[in-house]
Design a protein around this ligand. Structure first.
Ligand SMILES: [Zn+2]
Length: 170
């Protein structure tokens, strides 16, 4: 996993569904800890939540979220500095938007490097996201252990129900 993916997934997956309810982790102590893990501060959490919600919508195919993302990145710039090996790009943002801007950049680079591989978990009751590294590109679940097996069990149960129903019609 690249650094970009690590940061992107940590933030995208910070509102998991627990016992059927969407929970917010980008607040309080958990929020503080996540920000600190990526050299951020609690003052950045509000923008981080907004960028997360917007990116979640974008990944789920709501194309109109792009204008919201552009607005959230107001005042953000990449400033070049030449080195013998090429250009270094320094991220310049208002301090409270820095982590949010880094997440948006990470999202953009992941989409560029692996088009279509960032997706929402196929379990519609789950609010987690994954980057699919499988060769065929068919990964659907945030985790096979959690959603994969649960959905397979459900599909199996409904197949059984359907076949029982079909038998009863005869
Ligand atoms: Zn899931």
């Amino acid at each position: 996993m690249t650094q970009d993916e690590d940061l992107l997934l940590a933030v995208l997956n910070s509102a998991p569904v627990v016992d059927g309810t969407r929970t917010e982790q980008l607040v309080g102590e958990t929020g503080k800890a996540l920000a600190a893990r990526y050299d951020g501060t609690p003052a950045e959490l509000e923008h981080l939540r907004q960028v997360r919600d917007t990116l979640q919508d974008l990944v789920r195919g709501q194309a109109d979220a792009t204008s919201r993302l552009t607005a959230l990145l107001a005042g953000t710039a990449l400033v070049p500095e030449a080195t013998p090996a090429g250009l270094d790009w320094e991220l310049v943002t208002p301090p409270e938007r820095r982590l949010a801007a880094r997440v948006a950049l990470a999202w953009s680079r992941v989409e560029e490097a692996m088009p279509g591989r960032l997706r929402a978990c196929a379990n519609t009751r789950c609010n987690l996201f994954l980057v699919d590294h499988s060769r065929p590109g068919t990964a659907k679940w945030c985790s096979m252990a959690v959603c994969g097996n649960r959905m397979k069990t459900r599909a199996h149960a409904s197949r059984k129900r359907n076949s029982r129903a079909a038998q009863q019609q005869h």
